[in-house]
Write a protein that binds this ligand. Structure first.
Ligand code: ZN
Ligand code: FE
Length: 235
């Protein structure tokens, strides 16, 4: 059982969203995680002869669902997303909540509720494949803004991510790495070493026109200031 992940940059130079085209290798069944806008996703699917069966939406913001309806019309796919935000996600077919399992062919995503950025934000965690889609909850070296929830909710959402194994690779909803790196200072020798590793990975991938993602949660936990905070009071 394994899952192939292909990032597609959307809203390039404006919001730098990533849609991810994911394929269950054993069946060829494929889905789009966060269909930010239709055109670049359709281009990618045509180039690689892919027909997505689902869109997996993390939350209702326009830059994560902008392509949903056009892709649904073109491919006849089903739109999957947080049940809590069903009213805010046009044409949504399947609502998911904490603890649900979504099957993509033989691959399985566990649904993790992660409110804070929005009330209903969910993460898709492919436990067997050690792959996590974090939408606008966790970015490289940063976190999403708290638009609808409370800092407490965001904190608890981040603790759920922190509890996942270090070898899980995460895929965020935007490319914000260099911006976040620029404002970051190491507070210990340990962090300084990890930051250097992070920086080298980021620069070499970006130079090759690749996303910085995926980064391991282990490295992220060492470098991301919001994951390093150890109690809610300091958050
Ligand atoms: Zn958002
Ligand atoms: Fe966003």
């Amino acid at each position: 059982m394994s899952l192939t992940v292909n990032p597609v940059l959307c809203r390039a130079g404006v919001m730098d969203n990533y849609a991810y085209i994911i394929t269950d290798d054993s069946t060829g069944i494929c889905a789009v995680v966060d269909a930010s806008e239709a055109a670049p996703i359709i281009d990618f699917c045509e180039r690689y002869d892919l027909t997505p069966s689902y869109i997996l939406t993390t939350h209702h913001h326009f830059d994560h669902i902008g392509g949903n309806e056009e892709l649904k019309a073109k491919y006849g796919l089903q739109i999957v997303g947080p049940q809590v935000e069903k009213k805010l996600i046009p044409s949504m077919d399947i609502g998911l909540q904490e603890g649900d399992i979504f099957k993509l062919g033989k691959s399985e995503a566990e649904v993790i509720a992660a409110p804070g950025h929005t009330i209903g934000h969910i993460l898709y965690y492919f436990r067997e494949d050690k792959i996590l889609f974090t939408g606008d909850v966790l970015f490289n070296l940063c976190v999403g803004g708290i638009f609808e929830g409370t800092p407490e909710e965001m904190w608890h959402s981040l603790q759920k991510i922190k509890a996942l194994p270090d070898d899980v690779m995460f895929y965020p909803g935007h490319e914000y790495t260099m911006h976040s790196l620029a404002g970051l200072n190491a507070d210990s020798e340990d962090m300084e070493g990890a930051m250097k590793e992070y920086y080298d990975i980021a620069v070499s991938r970006l130079e090759n026109n690749q996303p910085v993602a995926p980064i391991s949660l282990g490295l992220e936990k060492k470098c991301n200031p919001y994951l390093r905070i150890s109690n809610l009071k300091d958050f």
